[in-house]
Design a protein around this ligand. Structure first.
Ligand code: PAF
Length: 283
């Protein structure tokens, strides 16, 4: 497995693969890899000849007071896991190479970042779309893989890809869960033991809403109310940032489930903010 640091070396590697007639699958990450990331590598490998992973904790997607400094990092372990999982190359960019002194260019997708995480984290998606544009420009992948846990991010990146005509095939990997139902996340390691034991209430709440939906419930108020009650009744320490029902296409809040809607939440346990979601689909 090649470990690449400079954008030039990644460009060269990418050109060589394409010149040899090989397709490139790309898995952008912020590192501290867990099984959910590794399953994205599997998906990339199924759909492309060569797989490259990027590991970069992107400062521009963290707001002031957010957890950029405390975001967990372990490069050696990440490289080992990528190698074991069959990645062909890993790109570990340096912050000052991605954002050198005097850096001025940002990429923004309008509208889709107004609600859900975008409402509580101003500038977050601008940072994500900026870094992913930069990574796409250098890697020039045929396929890129993102996780469904970050549903709003996935939707925004699909729009970015269409609007800027990157021509990348975007694949979404399913949310992987711990046996308790808690969605896998690099941030889970920062949960205090008490909070870790309470955090499964998030998915339990979503599953409750799924059950109500399967029984015919379509009202956003009722579905959201059920999730909120479950979380607050079964966890003393949860602080709800949001629980919202939005249309999957425009990510605008809806009163009732119509076609495909996203029921998404962000909840804090201490200073750890967790997100999760389910898609409610009327077939
Ligand atoms: O989902 C993530 O880990 C990040 O937001 C991404 C897409 C790698 C951009 O930094």
């Amino acid at each position: 497995m090649k470990v690449l640091t400079s954008p030039e070396s990644v460009r060269l590697w990418s050109r060589e693969q394409h010149a040899a007639g090989k397709t490139i699958g790309f898995v952008p990450t912020m590192g501290y890899l867990h099984e959910a990331h590794l399953s994205l590598i599997d998906l990339a490998r199924e759909h492309a000849d060569q797989t490259v992973v990027s590991i970069f904790v992107n400062p521009t997607q963290f707001g002031p007071g957010e957890d950029f400094d405390s975001y967990p990092r372990d490069e050696d372990r990440d490289l080992r896991l990528c190698k074991e999982r069959g990645a062909d190359a890993v790109w570990v960019p340096a912050v000052d190479e991605m954002y050198p002194q005097g850096y001025k260019t940002y990429v923004e997708v309008n509208e889709l970042g107004k609600h859900l995480c975008g409402a509580n984290r101003p500038g977050h998606f601008r940072g994500v779309t900026t870094i992913v544009s930069k990574l796409f420009n250098v890697v020039n992948p045929d396929v890129a893989v993102f996780g469904r846990k970050d549903a709003q991010q996935a939707r925004i990146l699909m729009q970015l890809n269409d609007d800027l005509q990157f021509g990348v095939k975007i694949l979404l990997g399913d949310t992987l869960r711990e046996p308790s139902g808690l969605a896998m996340s690099s941030r889970n390691v920062r949960l205090k033991p008490l909070h870790r034991s309470q955090a499964p209430v998030l998915y339990e709440g979503l599953q409750l809403a799924q059950k109500l939906f399967n029984q015919g419930e379509r009202s956003a108020e009722k579905l959201i109310g059920a999730v909120r009650r479950h979380i607050l009744q079964h966890s003393d320490d949860a602080t709800v940032d949001y629980i919202q029902l939005v249309g999957w296409n425009d990510l605008e809040p809806v009163d009732r489930v119509t076609e495909t809607s996203l029921l998404a939440l962000a909840v804090r346990f201490g200073n750890v903010r967790l997100i999760d979601n389910i898609l409610l689909e009327i077939s």
